[in-house]
Write a protein that binds this ligand. Structure first.
Ligand code: ADP
Ligand code: MG
Length: 264
């Protein structure tokens, strides 16, 4: 685990206004309850990490935030606007501001790295090809990739590089919020550290709000301003890494020490 001094330093950041609010949310699939009366605030310009068991509802939470799934009850506010009441047009606009970096990366295999990163810009903006080229290079640079890779196909990249290209594609659209769904799954420790660096850098240089789902406790402690613990269909604990590391609540201690069972 990260040294306590480091945790305490990051915890010193003042609380910010929430940009995302989930208020009294219920979500079930048939009789399988995922959320019941769930609340979660995500402060603007900071990094919040969700930890919780596999199958517990972490991806469902992210999908509800961008309106890919609708809750059965409750409100989901993004910058004050209720996602549950948005039509298709508003949802498309929302998804440009709130980027969901999918579990697995999901690049287009038949397109070069450059075309992958440029994809959203060509679809959704009126930028010229020259402007797009400059932006693609800047975004690759931001995630620590050289422009030697522009003409490579995704199949020739390592898993860690694919995730960085996917991230470059997301930041090209200049989102206000990035939802990272298990960004380090399947990566080795060195690449996990690199992705952690990216999350910290994008947050500090672009001021984005980040919501991260991870199983990796050291990473959660390293990148987070706030950690939300998913258990029993809601988030019974939300606190700074320091509050989490020093909590005397059994449930929280079990999470910190990796004693969590997967959801049935
Ligand atoms: N579209 C769906 N239809 C039915 N069940 C779903 C759907 N999406 C997720 N689930 C179920 O909801 C629960 C939470 O899923 P998920 O959010 O993907 O878990 P995780 O915390 O691992 O990301 C799981 O039991 C999963 O099977
Ligand atoms: Mg998931």
């Amino acid at each position: 685990m990260t040294a306590p001094g480091r945790i305490a330093d990051r915890s010193a950041r003042p609380a910010a206004e929430p940009i995302i609010r989930m208020i009294g949310v219920d979500k079930a699939f048939g009789d399988h309850v995922v959320y019941r009366d769930m609340y979660l605030d995500v402060p603007k310009g900071q990094t919040t990490t969700i930890i919780g068991p596999s199958g517990g509802g972490k991806s469902v939470c992210m999908k509800m935030i961008i309106g890919l799934l609708r809750p059965d009850r409750g409100r989901i506010l993004v910058d004050g606007a209720d996602v549950t009441e948005m039509g298709e047009e508003e949802l498309r606009a929302l998804r440009r501001r709130v980027a969901y970096v999918f579990q697995g990366g999901a690049l287009f295999d038949s397109m070069t790295v450059a075309d992958n990163v440029a994809y959203g810009l060509r679809e959704h903006t009126d930028l010229s090809e020259e402007e797009i080229d400059a932006k693609v290079r800047a975004c690759l640079d931001m995630v620590g990739l050289s422009d030697d890779l522009l003409d490579e196909m995704p199949s020739s990249l390592s898993g860690g590089m694919k995730k960085r290209v996917a991230l470059a594609r997301s930041i090209a659209m200049e989102p206000d919020v990035i939802l990272y769904d298990e960004p380090t799954t399947g990566l080795d420790p060195k690449n996990i550290a690199v992705i952690g660096d990216m999350i910290l850098k994008l947050q500090s240089e672009l001021g984005v709000t980040s919501l991260v789902v991870t199983h990796d406790m050291p990473m959660a402690f390293r990148v987070s301003d706030h950690i939300a613990m998913l258990s029993d269909h809601k988030f019974p604990f939300v606190g700074t890494p320091y509050e989490m590391a020093t909590s005397e609540v059994d449930l929280v201690r079990d999470f910190v020490h990796g004693r969590i069972a997967d959801a049935p």
